[in-house]
Design a protein around this ligand. Structure first.
Ligand SMILES: Cc1cc2nc3c(=O)[nH]c(=O)nc-3n(C[C@H](O)[C@H](O)[C@H](O)COP(=O)(O)OP(=O)(O)OC[C@H]3O[C@@H](n4cnc5c(N)ncnc54)[C@H](O)[C@@H]3O)c2cc1C
Length: 468
């Protein structure tokens, strides 16, 4: 008889785990939402198919690219490969993103351009000649890399807008996960005239139907292997004997189900799942110290065939309410009205946004779009705001310490429990990382890996970098 693997969450991590385990295990996925895919999903609205924020696929690992392509092997034309066009708005101009030296020197006023470059150059010399000092915080790290002028222009307000005070954020965020994360390496590369494909995507993949199609295709693989996905279901209780989880009680609305898992894998937020167990105070305290920020997505429907010149554009300055704009049609025009387009504005839920009414958010986005000449008043059709909680794990100065306390406790006390995924491991990552993580964890389980091996895997997951 097959062992039973229960997976909490049908996002891309949970689905990939289900796919990879379903030949060897009886897989049951418990999903609290009405649909599969989690963040890697889409919805229909007035003739549009819209994603929960722009979702390009740029797998950094060849194996993951192959896995994605294998899902489209019967109809490869349904996985589009798109030339990436991205921009960043600084001062009064759109710049190609990654930033290019030529544009820095010609599009800014010449004094600012020269100041930025000389500041950067001086910093390089200072770095090369001074003894290496450990940069703990986001701002320390970026100032030491680029100089104060570039930091203040590109990174400071961006961090304040998305995550909070840069002085309270870990340098890990700057190294791997800034909203325009790879700007760091990218500016360096443009100065040295190098191109690092692992950090700067020239093209990206996108399913013709919508990003949900990727999740859908994985879910079909699970079902083909007799795996089950139970939607609108909630974990209600767990029973533990010794150090093993023996029963999971799940409420699926109409009925309560009791499942005896051989292994229980959670991709849900650590803060939601671990409190089901009898936790010591120090673990509870650490869980409370892990902070997330939510995201408001404002969809602006426009009476025009196309509105933007790029797939997406970054807006680091605080005067704009959003940190990024994207145009759904530039990912795939399929499933979109011919004569209309939709712009998606991503707005981190910072204190001043938290209590803002949807109508006010729409007005502000609209006003900014008009200022930027992306929208004309007469072309505005309507706006829609969706809010999602716990979207950005906040890498505070001590997040690693807290995470260690939590995971060490779980490793030692719950022998058939695994936590993974973006919120399950507090790992600020992308879909391809989630697929890689799930694939490696599935292999680990199938080969009865040790706790030490799992720790090594988690260390490796920390090395993921977001590509823009
Ligand atoms: C705005 C935005 C843009 C992005 N753009 C890109 C991009 O361009 N490219 C890219 O590769 N990545 C992108 N990402 C990142 C990517 O979406 C995530 O890394 C990935 O989708 C996370 O998958 P996950 O399965 O770990 O988590 P989730 O997608 O959060 O899935 C978790 C699932 O678990 C369910 N769940 C949670 N708690 C419970 C519970 N207690 N019981 C039952 N079910 C539960 C949730 O409902 C959800 O379905 C973006 C993310 C955002 C927010």
């Amino acid at each position: 008889m097959k062992k039973t693997a229960v997976i909490l969450g049908a996002g891309i991590t949970g689905l990939t785990l289900g796919w990879k385990l379903s030949k060897d295990y009886k897989v049951i996925i418990i999903e609290r939402g009405k649909d599969i895919g989690g963040t890697c999903s889409s919805f229909c609205y007035k003739g549009f198919t819209l994603d929960y924020g722009p979702h390009k696929l740029y797998p950094q690992k060849k194996e993951i690219e192959q896995e994605i392509k294998s899902l489209y092997e019967k109809d490869p034309q349904k996985l589009l490969e798109i030339k990436k066009e991205s921009t960043i708005f600084l001062k009064e101009n759109f710049f190609k993103y990654p930033l290019q030296i030529k544009e820095i020197l010609t599009k800014f006023n010449i004094f600012l351009g020269l100041k930025l470059m000389s500041n950067y150059g001086l910093n390089m010399v200072k770095q090369a000649t001074s003894s290496k000092k450990k940069e703990e915080s986001y701002d320390d790290f970026l100032i030491s890399k680029f100089g104060k002028s570039m930091y203040e222009l590109v990174f400071k307000e961006n961090a304040e807008k998305i995550w909070g005070n840069p002085k309270d954020l870990s340098s890990d965020l700057a190294k791997t996960r800034v909203a325009s994360p790879n700007l760091i390496k990218v500016i360096l590369d443009s100065i040295t005239n190098k191109k690092d494909p692992s950090l700067n995507a020239e093209t990206f993949f996108y399913p013709q139907e919508s990003i949900r199609d990727l999740s859908e295709r994985i879910s079909q693989k699970i079902k083909k292997n007799n795996g089950e996905i139970i939607l609108e279901s909630k974990l209600e209780a767990v029973k533990v004997k010794g150090k093993r989880i023996t029963h999971l009680i799940v409420n699926s609305g109409r009925r309560k189900i009791e499942i005896k898992p051989d292994v229980f894998i959670s991709t849900a937020n650590l803060k939601d799942v671990l409190p089901f167990f009898d936790l010591p105070n120090r673990v509870l305290e650490s869980l409370n110290k892990l902070k997330f920020r939510g995201l408001a997505l404002a969809y602006i429907l426009v009476n025009k065939e196309k509105a933007m010149n790029s797939n997406w554009a970054f807006f680091p300055e605080k005067r704009f309410i959003f940190q990024r704009l994207s145009e759904q049609k530039s990912f795939s025009a399929f499933n979109q009205p011919k004569d209309k387009t939709a712009i998606i504005a991503e707005i981190s839920i910072r204190p001043e946004i938290e209590f803002m009414e949807d109508a006010e958010i729409i007005e502000k986005v609209k006003a900014d779009l008009i200022k930027l000449d992306i929208l004309k008043e007469e072309n505005f059709v309507e706006g829609l705001v969706l809010r999602k909680k716990e979207v950005y794990p906040i890498y505070s100065l001590d997040y690693k310490e807290q995470l260690k306390i939590i995971l060490d406790w779980a490793d030692e006390n719950l022998l058939n429990f695994v936590t993974c995924g973006r919120n399950g491991l507090f790992n600020y990552n992308n879909m391809d990382h989630c697929m890689d993580m799930a694939t490696k964890i599935a292999e680990h389980l199938k080969t009865n890996g040790t706790i030490e091996e799992m720790r090594k895997l988690r260390k490796y997951f920390e090395s993921y970098k977001i590509v823009d």
